[in-house]
Design a protein around this ligand. Structure first.
Ligand code: SAM
Length: 426
């Protein structure tokens, strides 16, 4: 069998864990390359891959998930603007402010950083943005600066009027913004990654670690730590914050920014957000019963579902899956959910967790289908309702997004009533 060997080669080269996108996605990419190369036998294709870095790169370009958009998640950019305006100058570090976006995919993230900093009042000489991705086609599109509708999501698109020109095939980013990002083609996991570069004050590494297993996540974090200034700021994706558990990082007290600063103890002068009291909490090492910060998936593992409860020992799998998802180990969480569904049959929480994993790896349609399955089994599953509302909104269905959000609010109200009643009885 050549497919497992090809999956292993991809994992060793770029870190991709096949469980994150599914073996069938990798198989489709392999079949496509075999057709294009006119190779009939998978064994022969494996040999070609092993002997040709160029062919391996072609396959990598097919299996990567380029999902990204401007101002993705918003809050990290609010935190960045605040850091740049209020804290950066106080650090006394010589300028310009150096920022790395890895992976940058088709450029939306590094360009958002530039727009954010200009909007915050910085001049072009005040900062420098470097952006890295393993996919050359992605970088080619990034340098071109031409974007279509799916790169613009959400309601607040005023930035598009300010920084883009309407073109026949989409929206063209103004050259002043384009010229402000230096793009590099590189693999984060390659030995000596950016070893010649001075340290960065801010590193964005969002929505990459979710494709890696634990060992590769740890390897990637070591690289990021090496590149980040000791008082620098690290931004991760919302499903990845847990991977810092047990490491020397503390979360920045800026809601939903998923930004982290290094060091357990920091004196007041060097605190990066002087306007707010430094209430950061160090993320504790993973422990079965200890809540992590933040815990985006935690709340409903024990919630009463309307489906018949499976045997209690199997329920433990779902608790473990929820904890793993909280810790950023999405691949392992998904594997446990699949196992649970196979052994115990349909379950709202298992479908919900799988949906979050699919959403995190950029498969919103599949995520939506899984959320609907969860809600079929448990119509008042609050987290499934809120995630579905976000997905509907992202694909422009505002009417249904609002209806689902109202359902979520009613479910939340019911939960609070039930909690109050339980408290009264005690
Ligand atoms: C989902 S996009 C994330 C883009 C952006 N950071 C965001 O959050 O919107 C993932 C990107 O990771 C890149 N990638 C995957 N493995 C990589 C590696 N080992 N080194 C550098 N980039 C990698 C892919 O090419 C893809 O463009």
């Amino acid at each position: 069998m050549s497919l497992p060997a090809i999956e292993q080669l991809l994992k060793e080269t770029m870190g991709l864990n096949s469980a994150s996108i599914g073996s069938s996605a990798i198989n489709r990419a392999v079949q496509q390359r075999m057709r294009e190369r006119d190779i009939a036998q998978p064994e022969d294709y494996l040999l070609r891959l092993r002997g040709s870095p160029a062919e391996l790169q072609q396959l990598i370009d097919l299996v990567i998930v380029p999902e990204t958009w401007f101002f993705r998640d918003r809050h990290p950019f609010v935190a960045l603007a605040r850091y740049a305006k209020e804290s950066w100058k106080r650090t006394g570090r010589p300028g310009p402010l150096r920022i790395l976006s890895v992976p940058c995919s088709t450029g939306e993230e590094p360009y958002t950083i530039v727009m954010t900093l200009l909007d915050a009042g910085l001049t072009p000489n005040d900062f420098q943005v470097d952006a890295v991705d393993i996919s050359e086609p992605n970088l080619h599109r990034a340098r071109g600066g031409l974007y279509r509708e799916h790169s613009f999501r959400g309601d607040d698109l005023a930035f598009r009027d300010r920084y883009f020109l309407r073109a026949e095939q989409g929206y063209l980013l103004q050259p002043e913004i384009r010229n402000h990002v230096r793009f590099h083609h590189a693999n984060l996991l390659i030995a000596g990654f950016m070893s010649d570069s001075p340290l960065f004050d801010v590193v964005f590494c969002r929505n990459l670690l979710i494709y890696f297993d634990r060992a590769t996540q740890a390897q990637a974090l070591q690289v990021l730590e090496r590149l980040l200034h000791p008082q620098g700021l690290l931004f991760l994706g919302h499903a990845e914050a847990g991977v810092l558990a047990g490491r020397d990082f503390a979360s920045l007290e800026h809601p939903q920014s998923f930004a982290f600063v290094r060091g357990r103890k920091r004196d007041a002068d060097s605190a990066p957000m002087p306007t707010a009291p430094p209430k950061r909490q160090r993320i504790p090492a993973p422990a079965p019963k200890q809540p992590l910060t933040p815990r985006p998936f935690a709340s409903v593992a024990h919630a009463p579902a309307k489906t018949p409860a499976p045997a209690p020992d199997n329920r433990g799998d779902l608790d473990t899956a929820t904890r793993l998802a909280d810790e950023g180990h999405m691949v392992e969480a998904a594997t446990l959910c699949e196992k649970h569904l196979q052994q115990c049959g349909p379950d709202a929480q298992a479908f919900y967790l799988l949906a979050i994993v699919r959403q995190a790896v950029g498969e919103p349609a599949e995520a939506e289908a899984l959320l609907r399955k969860a809600l079929y089994l448990d119509p008042s599953h609050y987290e499934a309702l809120t995630h579905l509302a976000v997905l509907l909104e992202q694909r422009g269905d505002k009417v249904n997004a609002e209806l689902v959000r109202q359902r979520a609010q009613r479910s939340h109200g019911r939960r609070q009533d039930e909690a109050a009643q339980r408290a009264d009885k005690v």
